[in-house]
Design a protein around this ligand. Sequence first.
Ligand SMILES: NC(=O)C1=CN([C@@H]2O[C@H](COP(=O)(O)OP(=O)(O)OC[C@H]3O[C@@H](n4cnc5c(N)ncnc54)[C@H](O)[C@@H]3O)[C@@H](O)[C@H]2O)C=CC1
Ligand SMILES: O=C(O)C1=N[C@H](C(=O)O)C[C@H](O)C1
Length: 326
Amino acid sequence: MLSLRAPPRTFSPAPWRRRGRHGRFAAPRCASAAAPAATLETASSPPASLSFPILVNGCTGKMGVSVAEAATKRGLHLVPVSFSSRENLDKTVQIGGTDIEIYGPSAREDVLSSVIDEYPDVVVVDYTAPDSVNSNAELYCNLGVPFVMGTTGGNKQLLYKAVQDSNNYALISPQMGKQVVALLAAMETIAERFPGAYSGYRLEVLESHQAGKLDTSGTAKDMIACFEKLGMSCDMDRIVKIRDPEQQLYMVGVPEEHIGGHAFHLYHMTSPDDSVSLEIQHNVCGRSIYAEGSVDAAVFLYKKVQSMDPKRIYNMIDVLEAGDMR
Ligand SMILES: NC(=O)C1=CN([C@@H]2O[C@H](COP(=O)(O)OP(=O)(O)OC[C@H]3O[C@@H](n4cnc5c(N)ncnc54)[C@H](O)[C@@H]3O)[C@@H](O)[C@H]2O)C=CC1
Ligand SMILES: O=C(O)C1=N[C@H](C(=O)O)C[C@H](O)C1
């Protein structure tokens, strides 16, 4: 993996480093702890007009908690069950007044079957870990429970195959933030309309996330697929992953209160003769944009299941296209 101490030849100095923390193009400011984006976003959200049971898998983790909280605030019925990769955890997590019981891997099939018996119209939202994506998806597909897969990583082909083969309903997206998804959709449109328009351009990609993030940004990978259609090449191994809090603070410009939860992305393109450069950034502080988007995704999928829509696999662009962009 590339480190910032040993940047690739085309990547010196790092675009974020070049600007410095307070430079003209420093990363845009995020809401401070005193005025968290989450408060603003959830406060303006109207309650859901419909309610249904939602099981959030991964309530021991940060996204799991955020989604469960957002679902409760929207008036959905939070199923008091979640799972863990560890046995004998014997743990209960309290979210919005609900005690969520956490079960280990050996109990998950029986427990999830009982949940489906009790709540036949339940939708699962998964925020676990990259190495659990495929086994969790197989479980949901075997039991025929519709799911939103927010967890990144895993084997994408196998994930889609599992859903296709089982004819289950699923919404899969490595990016649930609708405003970021809209940017991705725009990139896909540009790539389709102008294939090869940036042939020969060099692409440098940097992404910074909280230190606990295990995999490379799934969003960056989807953006890179668009850049490749436009004629640029970027080896996934050359994505610069920044996980060091010091670098995030002083080089990337992440506000200190968001070191533990942020997603900053920078794509820098340069023409073969260095005469042209272009840049795209999307910088998110906190997790509310994903939590709100995940609840929108669950509501969207629930409606598709209830209407027995023949299409089974969706993504967040489908949610935007359905007109749910706020
Ligand atoms: N699609 C999107 O918009 C977003 C996706 N993510 C992705 O969500 C995932 C989780 O992110 P965080 O909550 O920040 O991580 P985290 O590490 O805080 O939480 C993950 C939790 O899942 C648990 N876990 C692992 N394997 C499990 C299994 N098989 N069953 C049940 N629980 C299991 C872990 O013990 C941990 O508590 C990552 O893959 C991340 O990339 C994160 C933010 C937004
Ligand atoms: O792990 C995260 O935090 C995030 N993961 C997603 C990704 O890998 O693209 C979305 C966002 O970057 C936050």
